[in-house]
Design a protein around this ligand. Structure first.
Ligand code: ATP
Ligand code: MG
Length: 505
């Protein structure tokens, strides 16, 4: 069974958390110098398996052989030193650190002065940093603060760090979820270069096209169990879905049967106070309509909806609700007018990590939390939470589980269900299915359609072309802060959206 070719063998791994068996007798073998994709629905156990490998969690059962030898990592430092690096699903950079510190913290190059004291050798450190940055094609000064960098650049720095540890395995947990297309290509180039050096990449993603393109092998997990490993070229999307979901999934989108009626929500000439952000944006949406907002990452779509919602300052422009001008200075105003925003950034402003699933379902803001507790008694809260958990098939051991221990996709469903409880008229969803598996996506689209059929208005930002085309009645496209075009469902296709998304570039 042991093969020279195999750099990593995880055998019969089991791991339980209170109320869940996250991993149940999982085996996972990775070959040297290959890209091995790890796939499965939300909550299947992918991140947990990788955290076991990286020394974040201890195993309940099983063994890990790295380069043919049994290893027991007690913490990530052990794993790093042995040659395993992990780029996390949710990057957590320290904003006021510079690139140098980020790369070398805990192992600064030093020099002796007067033959006595050791001090940090800044010159050597900077030189080494520059070499590393070159390896990942980043043209940056190592003294740049992390807060100045884009997600993609921070990720490249994490990869540079992995290279500096001479990593033999680099784990990438959903590395492309917030990258532009150009950044994804950049990442893929780096991955190819690493492969040629004999490094193995474990690649977790829900994007099937990407997986089929970049990976050599694919392992699929379901409900904490190992399902199988295939060569990528033997796989098709249908086959992947069938193995992930455990049944045939005929349609990726529910049938469109909503009928838009009268205009409910309008934005006129909305312009940010920030000259680099959105400007002169005008559009209207109807009751019962799903309006998609397309564009590339960085087109200022999130900024626009945050401007609408009172999270960002607006220089001029109008917002009309059912034909009447309304003023929104803070999110509370928006909520009062029946407008909901499901944010893209789950960790930043989406979830209250330490609260339970139940309370997260019930609150739309911390203020409401108090009010909700006054209005709804515990029994009602529990009923509400349980109904939503069932409706959205949220995978959680109980309603009392803290939301931060749920898998990424399940956290997203909790946030959506929270707004369902508030019952707004205008739903603004920012990348609602980011990091969500195919089955759960279908459920979220169905919810959106149901809401539209009830006469609600839905505005959905999405960077996935197929999703925009699959669920929207109309699509507005933004480029560099401006609205570059509006397409009707019937006329829209990928080429047209792409052309508009790059119209002013
Ligand atoms: N620290 C934890 N405490 C309790 N339960 C946890 C913890 N981490 C994960 N779980 C549970 O273990 C299961 C597997 O979660 P995991 O995060 O590994 O899923 P995943 O496959 O990475 O999903 P996703 O695609 O959504 O990221 C889930 O049921 C999750 O709720
Ligand atoms: Mg995960």
């Amino acid at each position: 069974m042991q093969h020279l070719d195999i750099i990593l063998a995880m055998n019969h791994i089991s791991k339980s958390f209170p109320g869940v068996k996250a991993l149940d007798d999982v085996s996972f073998h990775v070959r040297r110098g290959t890209v091995h994709a790890l796939m499965g629905e939300n909550g299947a156990g992918k991140s947990t398996l990788m955290k076991c490998l990286f020394g974040i969690y201890s195993l309940d059962e099983g063994e890990i052989l790295f380069d043919g030898k049994p290893v027991h990592f007690h913490n990530p430092e052990d794993a790093l030193k042995a040659g395993i690096s992990m780029i996390h699903q949710e990057l957590q950079p320290i904003p006021y650190r510079d690139i140098n510190e980020n790369l070398w913290v805990g192992r600064y190059p030093t020099k002796k002065i007067l033959g006595l004291f050791s001090i940090i050798d800044h010159k050597t450190m900077t030189k080494r940093s520059e070499e590393l940055l070159k390896r990942v094609s980043l043209n940056l000064d190592p003294s740049t603060l992390l807060k100045e960098l884009s997600v993609s650049q921070i990720q490249s720095i994490e990869i540079a760090k992995a290279i500096s540890y001479e990593a033999k395995i680099i784990i990438m947990d959903e590395p492309t979820s917030s990258l532009t297309q150009a950044e994804v290509s950049h990442l893929f180039e780096i991955i190819h270069a690493l492969k040629n050096l004999g490094v193995s990449i474990i690649y977790i993603s829900h994007k099937m096209e990407e997986i089929l393109k970049i990976s050599d092998e694919v392992t699929i997990m379901r409900d904490g169990k190992y399902i199988g490993t295939w060569l990528s070229r033997e796989l098709t999307m249908e086959k992947i879905i069938r193995n992930m979901v455990g049944r045939e999934l005929v349609n990726l989108y529910p049938p469109k049967n909503n009928v838009p009626s009268t205009v409910s929500f309008e934005v006129k000439d909305l312009t940010s106070t920030n000259p680099k952000s959105f400007k002169n944006v005008s559009f209207s949406v109807r009751k019962g309509e799903i309006l998609g907002i397309g564009g590339l990452v960085g087109a200022q779509r999130t900024e626009l909806v945050e401007g609408i919602f009172g999270l960002r300052s607006v220089a001029h422009g109008e917002i009309l609700l059912h034909g009447k001008k309304i003023s929104i200075h803070q999110p509370r105003d928006a909520v009062k007018h029946g407008i909901a925003l499901v944010t893209e950034d789950r960790r930043g402003n989406g979830i209250f990590g330490v609260l339970s699933v139940r309370d997260n379902v019930a609150v739309a803001s911390l203020d409401d939390f108090v009010e909700f507790h006054l209005i709804l008694n515990n029994k009602k809260l529990n009923q509400l939470a349980e109904a939503n958990i069932k409706k959205l098939s949220i995978k959680t051991p109980s309603t009392k589980t803290k939301i931060q221990s749920l898998s990424g996709g399940n956290q997203q469903k909790v946030i959506i269900s929270r707004w369902l409880a508030v019952d707004p008229d205008i739903f603004i969803l920012d990348e609602p299915t980011r990091g969500i598996d195919v089955g759960a996506k279908y459920e979220i689209y169905s919810i959106m359609l149901d809401l539209a059929k009830q006469g609600k208005t839905i505005i959905m930002i999405s960077s996935e072309m197929s999703e925009l085309l699959g669920v929207s009645d109309r699509i507005i496209v933004m480029c560099e802060g401006r609205l570059s075009g509006i397409l009707d469902r019937g006329d829209a296709d990928q080429e047209k959206i792409m052309a508009l998304a790059t119209a002013y570039m």
